[in-house]
Design a binder for this molecule. Sequence first.
Ligand SMILES: [Zn+2]
Length: 133
Amino acid sequence: MIRDFLRKFMSGRYGPDHLGTAMLVVSLVLSIVFQLLGLGFIGATVSYVLLALMLFRILSRNIAARRRENDRFLRFWGPARNKIKKRFARLRDFKTHKYFTCPGCHNTLRVPRGRGTLQITCPRCGERFVRKS
Ligand SMILES: [Zn+2]
């Protein structure tokens, strides 16, 4: 019953997407952060605006425009997410590995810790440099 109703109601409408999920998460995080800062009213306002926008996009019938927005968001979020993932990987093996930047091509190289002074050869550009591991 409810499913049929929802299917009918949502037909021809855009529905949820990555940007919508991001708006939901951001609105939750912002409302918590503002609450902690003692600015709960501002947090509530911002998060309601974001939630209203999210709902508007889900219910929108202008599917092409919503898709374009989502594509634009993913173009920015894809690389940002990779950077965040790399940061976490670094934190995770902080105790076992050291990271260096190649002086030749700025490639990031990972080396096991505690091997003394190493001559490192960059696999990308072949630059050689010496670092303490
Ligand atoms: Zn290099």
